[in-house]
Design a binder for this molecule. Structure first.
Ligand SMILES: Cc1cc2nc3c(=O)[nH]c(=O)nc-3n(C[C@H](O)[C@H](O)[C@H](O)COP(=O)(O)OP(=O)(O)OC[C@H]3O[C@@H](n4cnc5c(N)ncnc54)[C@H](O)[C@@H]3O)c2cc1C
Length: 368
């Protein structure tokens, strides 16, 4: 049986960023991923946006990690040659009726410490995005885009170079608390570890339940987000990132336009609570359903300009109408050798290197 200092469950962007951070400090680090490749969950099924931190309540973990993760992600991408671009973004109020909501979002973003924001008028919107329509907008210079797949691979590659064992096809099936650690039983074998990190994304609640801890009572509500893409001939209609105001119920930040690092333009994601965590494709929205929201921002868009694209599933901790929620990142009160990461939905891609710093500090307490 292998013996580890740290076992990380889940090879998404968060697990891989954690593996990179902790393998810089400790030997005998294992990352166990259920699927044949890393990053096949939410980490490769998102918008690829490096968020600035506008939306999250002041003092929340989402605000803290997004604000710190944003520059860390840019620095990491620049240092390791990962495709990314600081595009900036516009959050657009379509009419005067939305002006007060836009002002409230601006105040929240300023309180969170987001720098360089400007409230701009229709003329500036048009100058930046000639096909977009709006009454007023927040111009956000620190938002950008990244190749999420490359980011995951780079975190994992560095972790492996530092000696971490990255094991795929290793679904964790059982967790047994021991006096000085945890026995981890996976499809790839058994490991005894002094410290365990649960970063199983959408399945983090199920993994927490394997331990029988009180944290297993946290429930993840899967919320599917679906995307369309602009057809090739219309890709130059969007230069950067164009967002509406976020949903008032906290369900999502709204169907937006994202110019990807490959030059394609995503439209989405929608937000719909679903029952099955593996249901990416059943009952997809038809293309026509994207058009009304898309037209609010780009009035010239027609159904024939869109093709269906991928979908992803958010690991939400709140039921319908339950608000924006926060990340849970803490040592398990019942099993203090375990660090639980539950509800790591957006902005998890942006936040990953900052979350990894916090996990590394918690692992330091455990291994001291
Ligand atoms: C539609 C959508 C759009 C988004 N857009 C953005 C964005 O633009 N910017 C941003 O910052 N964030 C965005 N996010 C959020 C971001 O994608 C996630 O927060 C992030 O990818 C979460 O990473 P993770 O590693 O926690 O989870 P995941 O990527 O889901 O990884 C968890 C891994 O754990 C594995 N696993 C599960 N159970 C087990 C087990 N028992 N044993 C072993 N392995 C297991 C899974 O196979 C999976 O690979 C978006 C999310 C969605 C769904």
């Amino acid at each position: 049986m292998d013996r580890a200092n740290i076992v990380i469950i889940g090879g998404g962007v968060v697990g891989c960023a954690v593996a990179r951070a902790v393998s810089a400090r400790w030997s005998d680090v294992f990352l166990l991923e259920a699927l044949p490749r890393l990053g096949m969950g939410a980490s490769s099924r998102n918008s690829g946006v490096i968020h600035a931190g506008l939306y999250y309540p002041r003092g929340s973990l989402k605000a803290r990690h997004c604000l710190r993760g944003n520059p860390l992600t840019y620095e990491f991408c620049a240092a390791h040659g990962i495709a990314h671009r600081r595009t900036g973004k516009l959050v657009v109020a379509s009419s005067p009726a939305e002006a007060s909501a836009l002002a409230a979002l601006h105040r929240n973003a300023v309180a969170n410490g987001v720098e360089g924001l400007r409230l701009v008028d229709r003329a500036r919107i048009r100058a930046l995005e000639p096909h977009a329509e709006g009454f007023q907008a927040i111009e956000v210079p620190s938002t950008g885009i990244v190749s999420a797949e490359e980011l995951v691979k780079a975190y994992a590659r560095i972790a492996a170079d530092q000696g971490a064992h990255i094991v795929t096809q290793a679904r964790v099936e059982r967790l047994e608390p021991l006096r000085d650690g945890i026995r981890v039983v996976s499809a790839a074998g058994e490991i005894e570890t002094k410290c365990l990190v649960n970063s199983a994304g959408l399945f983090a609640d199920d993994v927490a339940a394997l331990l029988g801890s009180r944290m297993g009572r946290h429930r993840i509500y899967p919320v599917r987000g679906e995307y369309c893409e602009l057809v090739r001939g219309k890709q130059d209609w969007v230069r950067g990132l164009v967002y509406p105001l976020p949903h008032t119920d906290g369900k999502s930040i709204g169907v937006h336009f994202t110019k990807t690092v490959w030059g394609s333009v995503l439209i989405g994601p929608t937000a719909r609570y679903i029952d099955d965590k593996n249901n990416y494709e059943r009952d997809r929205y038809p293309i026509e359903d994207f058009v009304p929201e898309a037209k609010l921002l780009l009035p010239g868009i027609e159904t024939s300009d869109l093709v269906l694209a991928h979908s992803g599933i958010r690991a939400k901790l709140t039921p319908p109408g339950g608000g924006i929620g926060d990340f849970i990142i803490e040592r398990d009160p019942d099993f203090p050798r375990v660090v639980q990461l539950i509800g790591i939905e957006s902005p998890g891609l942006t936040s990953a290197p900052s979350i990894a710093e916090q996990v590394s500090a918690l692992a330091g307490e455990i291994l001291a």
